[in-house]
Design a protein around this ligand. Sequence first.
Ligand SMILES: Cc1ncc(COP(=O)(O)O)c(C=O)c1O
Length: 330
Amino acid sequence: MKKFAEKIAIAALPTPIYSASRLSSILGGPEILVKRDDMTGVAVSGNKVRKLEYCAAEAISEGAGVLITCGGPQSNHARATAAVAARLGLRSHLVLGGPPEKVPDGNLFLDRLFGAGTTFIPGAALLELAEAMEETAESYRREGVKPYIIPLGASDALGSLGYIDAIGEIKKQIGEMGITIDHIVFASGSGGTLAGIVAGCLVHGLECGVTGISVAFPSSWSDTKLEEVFSGLRERFIPDLPSPSGRYSVNADYIGEGYGKASPELIRFIREAASLEALLLDPTYSGKALFGLAGEIEKGTFKKGERVLFIHTGGTFGLFPYREQFASEF
Ligand SMILES: Cc1ncc(COP(=O)(O)O)c(C=O)c1O
């Protein structure tokens, strides 16, 4: 495997791939394989562990004592950062755009268990938290603790290396399985997973379609973000990284009413996937992405005779705050 930077190997890799045969047959289109990146370990941390292996290595090499990051109050990334910090004996501090909960649920509950410090900024959007992270970092410096800031979703060049590796892993696995894949589909939020997957296909020579189902931002935002991460990758790690143009698409048709908002159809779909395949998909990320894949199968974008690899990026604990919406379906 090509090595572009140091990482701390704490994820349980390779994650398994299996054929979701009942789901495939109900949807009536391509064979759907699921890459179980919800099983990366470190307290069920999902896709973010792959990125955080690199961020944590850099933080430790710089002598940092606290990892600072941001997200919504139910951020999987923030929770994964708190878990990784606890696993490595570092402190963590999460800047969360929203009000504190009286009784913390889901990811926030776990943030508390992992011992993370928190700063809540009610009403702040996800893209407005960078300044507050700087202020938090300054307060740790005053205490004599060196901070390391991880940007939203660890979606920078360093974090995206985790998904370049993931593509190398997938290429090896499908080679051993004696199969090829036509498309990779997954949830796209802050864009680092998308950038890593596209770069990974270019670096490892994996020829297949790449579709990120956007859960928050318009596709033009994702395009700009991907270019930004690619520039960082060329500057820091892979000078000859080719252009990503024409190698991926971002589908923003399934955001619905917004980030974290779940329609009754989405809730029903997630329940069906759980009962058919024992897949735990959350309404904010992985559930919305698989729902998007199902919608695109219905439209004929992905067809019978093809093989789609759906990357289950995790988000399991994000299911719990939706209990009431599910209850009306039981
Ligand atoms: C479960 C899950 N899936 C997918 C994503 C999207 O990853 P990215 O932010 O790299 O686009 C996230 C991001 O937080 C996530 O928590």
